[in-house]
Design a protein around this ligand. Sequence first.
Ligand SMILES: O=C(O)CCC(=O)C(=O)O
Ligand SMILES: [Fe+2]
Length: 292
Amino acid sequence: MSETATVPLTATRIGGSFVADVTDIDVARNLDTAWDAIHAAYLEHKILAFHGQQLTAKQFHDFGERFGVIEPHTVAMYHHEEFPGITVLSNRVEMGRPKGIRDAGSHWHSDYSYKEIPANVTMLYALEIPNGGGDTMFTDLAAAYKAFPEAMKRRLDGLKALHHYRHTKDRDHPEGRWRLLSEVEQEATPEVVHPVVRTHPETGEKSIFAFPGITSGIQHILGMNLAESKELLAEIYAHCTDRRFRFTHKWQVGDLLLWDNRCTMHHATTDILPADQFRTIYRINTRGTRPV
Ligand SMILES: O=C(O)CCC(=O)C(=O)O
Ligand SMILES: [Fe+2]
């Protein structure tokens, strides 16, 4: 007898074109029976928010493994002691040592888009949340692609962009990755070329795959002169960050939020979190497939 579909799952759309709240699921207890429904809801809504979860690091890690091969964060310093696949995001400093990454990306990006094989899912589990602030913002890049005029879609289809983690438009930016990486980490991040429009390997849906963030490292679109490429990228970014494609998650302790990096981008706001407001989150992402 199949074990699936024995636990009901209620996924209620809370954003316009994407994002669902999932109720009825205790991730620690219902994982086996609810997995198929969770996975289907993830593909349908792109972002799922579970609330009131009580997970150990192991249970969170087990959940992450369902989605694929867990990939430890590029910056190894903040791996969880017992589970290196879990990265700690935190602005706490204990005994003079940061407990986690203070700001894991307060700019528009998709996780590991600069790698040859970018992430598919990223999940965050909230242990400690400030009274205000520290929201995470998202945009739906499949909806953004769909909303482009046909002529623009024709222009974008088939284009490729050169990504390089260490490249940055602003060399003086304090988060510029060229400052932070060891030589070994630098070798692990060579230049890569990705399509500007990618097709989701599981749903077949097309979405924009270009990101303005400081860590995205998009240098230019291949086959265009730099000025033309810059202008087109600016147009893409302005369109994709338009309010109509956006959703903001306001955190509570016990939230488990997961998103599909293949068709969304996100933006932390931890750069402006006051120093007396503490936020500690466990993070996992899994390895995806080469964008096509
Ligand atoms: O802390 C957040 O709100 C999100 C951080 C982020 O971009 C990530 O974990 O990939
Ligand atoms: Fe991120």
